[in-house]
Design a binder for this molecule. Structure first.
Ligand code: THG
Length: 381
C-alpha cells in the first residue's frame, strides 16, 4: 500500500502570492500545475466542500492557471494559428474557451483565451507548456510578437453568493459582467481584470490578480486582496476551497493530463463546436483535423455512473469493460457523488459503447467489478 509520501518542495515548484494565506487557512494537500502549487483540500472532505460550494461562496488560489501573454502586431495571427476556433468575431473584453492542437490534431491544451486589445491576448492555460509552443511558432513564422508569462495570479471566487460578495468590494458594476466576459476594476489604486468564469458549475468570478514586478510587493498586495475577500466573505459564510472533483465531473469540465492528453483530438473531447469544418482560416493541425472529421472518431468523452462502495480519487485509473469483458476505456478519477448517490467518472469510451444508457463494467481500485451506465455530459440534474 502507498504510504504518506511527501513531495519535496523546491524553487521549481513555485509558490504564489496567496500561498501564505492558503497555509494559514490550513491547506492539507497541494498538487502541481504549470510548475506552481495548487491547493487540493483544506479541513473538510471533498463532499463537505461540494455542498458548501453549491450553497455559499469559496475563495480559490488558482494562480497555476498561468497566462501566456502575446502582444504585438501579429498577436491575433499567432493565436489563430494555434486553434481551430475562429477569433474573427472576438471582441475585446471577451473570454473564449479554445482547443489548442498540434500538427496531428492532438490536444495540447484547452485554455481560456482573453482578448485585452487588438494586439494583446492572454492564454489562461491548463497544465502544459504553451509558452514554449507559442514562442516556437512565432519564431518559425517570423511573427512580430512578444511572448511572456506576466505577473498575473488568478484568484477565483466561486459559488452562488459570489456576486453579492464581489459587489461589496468592487461595486455594482460587478453585476454587469456577463458569463465569459471581463471588465477592469480598481483595487487600492491598481487595475485588476475580473471575469465571470471559473472551473465550477456555480456562478463565480476570476480575478486575474496583477502583481508588481517585485515578487515581495506582489505578495503584500495579493494578501490585501485575499484579506478583503475573506473579511467581506465572513458575512456570506466563505471558506477556502479549490476546484472540487465532484462538482467538476458533474459539470463535465475536463482536466488536461487527467481526462485527456495529446493522444486525443478535440472531437473526442466533445469540442466539435469549436472545430467548424467551414472555417477558412489556417491553423496548425488543420489537415489532420479535417481528415478525422471526414473519417469519424473512434472514441468520445462520456460520463459514467457506477455502483460499488463510494470511491475516492487515488491517481490510478479505473478500467472499464464491455459486457464481453473487452477493455473499452478508463476513468481517470472516479468519485462518489452525494447528489446522484452513486460513483461518477469521466472517460473516453469506444464507439460501439458510447451511446447514453449503455451498460458497462467498471473495476474499482480494490479489483471488484461493478455495473455502470453511460450518461450525457454534463451529468443529468
Ligand atoms: N479558468 C481560467 N483558466 C483556466 C481554467 C479556468 N485554465 C485551465 C483550465 N481551467 C482550462 N479548462 C477549462 C475548461 C472548461 C471551462 C473553462 C476552462 C469552462 N467551460 C464552460 C463550459 O464548458 O460550460 C464554458 C465554455 C464556453 O462558454 O465556451 O468554463 O477555469 N481562467
Amino acid at each position: 500500500m502507498q504510504k504518506n509520501i511527501k513531495l519535496n518542495m523546491s524553487r521549481r515548484i513555485r509558490r504564489t502570492p496567496f500561498t501564505n494565506k492558503v497555509e494559514e487557512c490550513g491547506v492539507s494537500d497541494f498538487t502541481v500545475v504549470n510548475h506552481m502549487l495548487l491547493p487540493k483540500g483544506f479541513n473538510n472532505s471533498i463532499e463537505e466542500d461540494y455542498w458548501h460550494l453549491s450553497e455559499h461562496v469559496q475563495i480559490w488560489d488558482v494562480s497555476c492557471q498561468r497566462q501566456v501573454q502575446i502582444t504585438g502586431p501579429d498577436s491575433q495571427k499567432l493565436v489563430q494559428l494555434m486553434t481551430p476556433r475562429s477569433l474573427e468575431n472576438m471582441e475585446t473584453g471577451k473570454c473564449f474557451y479554445i482547443p489548442i492542437i498540434d500538427e496531428n490534431a492532438g490536444m495540447i491544451n484547452d485554455p481560456v483565451l482573453l482578448k485585452l486589445d487588438d494586439d494583446m491576448f492572454w492564454i489562461s492555460i491548463a497544465d502544459s507548456d504553451i509558452l514554449l509552443w507559442a514562442k516556437g511558432l512565432a519564431l518559425g513564422s517570423n511573427f512580430d510578437v512578444k511572448i511572456i508569462e506576466p505577473d498575473v495570479y488568478p484568484l477565483a471566487v466561486q459559488g452562488p453568493k459570489s456576486e453579492a460578495l464581489m459587489v461589496e468590494i468592487f461595486g455594482q458594476d460587478i453585476k454587469k459582467i456577463k458569463f465569459f466576459n471581463f471588465k477592469i476594476f480598481d483595487f487600492q489604486g491598481t487595475k485588476q481584470i475580473i471575469a465571470r468564469s471559473g472551473y465550477s458549475k456555480e456562478d463565480g468570478f476570476e480575478i486575474y490578480f496583477k502583481g508588481h514586478e517585485d515578487y515581495f510587493d506582489s505578495i503584500q498586495l495579493g494578501e490585501q486582496l485575499w484579506n478583503a475577500i475573506w473579511e467581506t466573505g465572513k458575512n456570506f459564510n466563505i471558506l477556502p476551497g479549490c476546484p472540487n472533483l465532484i462538482d467538476r465531473i458533474e459539470a463535465g469540465l475536463m482536466s488536461y493530463g487527467n481526462d485527456f492528453t495529446k493522444e486525443n483530438n478535440p472531437l473526442e473531447c466533445n469540442l466539435d463546436k469549436y472545430c467548424n469544418p467551414k472555417e477558412t482560416h489556417n491553423f496548425i493541425g488543420k489537415d489532420a483535423l479535417r481528415k478525422i472529421q471526414s473519417e469519424g472518431i473512434k472514441q468520445k468523452m462520456r460520463g459514467i455512473i457506477f455502483d460499488g462502495k463510494p470511491c475516492a480519487p487515488t491517481g490510478k485509473p479505473l478500467p472499464i469493460f464491455s459486457q464481453n469483458n473487452d477493455k473499452i476505456g478508463q476513468i481517470a478519477s472516479g468519485i462518489y457523488s452525494p447528489r446522484i448517490k452513486k460513483n461518477i467518472g469521466l472517460s473516453m469510451i469506444l464507439k460501439d459503447h458510447w451511446e447514453t444508457g449503455q451498460n458497462v463494467i467498471v473495476q474499482n481500485i480494490d479489483g471488484s467489478k461493478h455495473e455502470g451506465i453511460i450518461t450525457t455530459l454534463p451529468f443529468p440534474k
